[in-house]
Design a protein around this ligand. Structure first.
Ligand SMILES: C=C(O[C@@H]1C=C(C(=O)O)C=C[C@H]1O)C(=O)O
Length: 119
């Protein structure tokens, strides 16, 4: 029996795969934009000395994911898990930004104390 993967791909299947590739490309570009935004959030939190994880905001993001799922007729659990995954990565990135800023601030205060006049 021939290996089904060696057969000519159904043209409709090939077209759908092309469509999926385009959707994934757009989705990943949006993920990149979200991460750029998160880097800026991390910088603000680092400046303000705010904790990276904000439970109230995280709950709001989950609520919105559930609402969008209902609106679009998608599985709520799936969209909430997707939101959780995005937030997990967001926290990782924000923590890296805060750690980097901390190092930068420590370095700056070693050379010039924060309250010293500009030179
Ligand atoms: C982006 C924030 O930080 C974290 C990341 C979130 C996200 O990826 O949407 C939400 C809650 C936060 O704990 C925020 O506080 O707004």
């Amino acid at each position: 029996m021939p290996d089904p993967s060696s057969l000519r791909v159904d043209p409709e299947l090939a077209a759908l795969r092309g469509e999926l590739d385009g959707i994934d490309e757009a989705l990943f570009a949006l993920v990149r934009d979200r991460i750029r935004c998160i880097e800026r959030v991390g910088a603000i939190k680092a400046q303000a000395g705010m904790p990276v994880f904000q439970p109230g905001r995280a709950a709001e993001v989950q609520r919105q994911a559930a609402a969008r799922a209902r609106e679009h007729g998608l599985d709520e659990g799936f969209l909430v898990r997707l939101a959780d995954l995005l937030m997990e990565e967001a926290i990782r990135i924000e923590e890296a930004v805060v750690a980097q800023t901390g190092v930068a601030q420590a370095g700056a205060s070693k050379d010039a104390p924060a309250n010293s006049p500009p030179t």
